[in-house]
Design a protein around this ligand. Sequence first.
Ligand code: PAF
Length: 276
Amino acid sequence: MNVITTVDGFRHARASFDQIGLVPTMGYLHAGHLSLVRQARQECGAVAVSIFVNPTQFAPHEDFTRYPRDLERDLQMLADEGVDLVFTPEVSEMYPGGFGTAVVLPAADEVLEGAARPDHFRGVATVVCKLLNIVQPTKAYFGQKDAQQTVVVCQMVRDLNMLTQIVIAPTVREADGLAMSSRNSYLTPEQRAAATVLYRALTAARELLTSGERRGDVLRQIMAEVLAREPLARPEYASVADPLTLRELTEVGPRGALISLAVRVGAVRLIDNLLV
Ligand code: PAF
């Protein structure tokens, strides 16, 4: 496994491969990341993983400095998976002095995570655009857990005529339903137990929807009720939205719905979703 920290070094190593799949990550890897790595290996043969905690997608009050990091452990996990190339640049390599370009999708900032985290998707789109340009992957793999991120990346690739195919893989969950996330490591044991409320609220809405209830308000209300029963949970939003436009639905139509939540458990902000 070749671990590379510079753009020039990566381009040089990349030249030995024809097709390559990219799994972009911020490190502190878990089984969700590894499932993307395995899918990339199956579909593309060679696999590149980027590990870069991207400062531009964090607001000043967010957790950039304390975001969990363990490069040694990550590299061991990737070596065990037979990953070919790992790109671990420093911030100064990705954003050298004089850097001045951003990829902006204004509509993304109006809803859900974009409304809650202004400029977050500007940071995500810019860094993913750079990673796709550096790695030139045949396919790039993202988890459904960050649903709005997948919508943003797909639109960017379409709008900018980028050649990489974006693959979206199902959310990997713990046995009790909690979606895997590097941020779960912030949870105390008590908060960890309470965090299952996200999946319970989502599945309550899904059951109601599949049993024939299509009114958005009723589906949002059932999630609010489940969340209200968990004293440690402070909901930020409970959404039933169109899966493509991410606009809230009055009535779920033939395209189905993206049912999603952002909830604080203690100080930890968790998100999850189901596509129904
Ligand atoms: O999902 C993530 O881990 C990040 O948002 C990504 C796609 C690696 C960009 O920094």
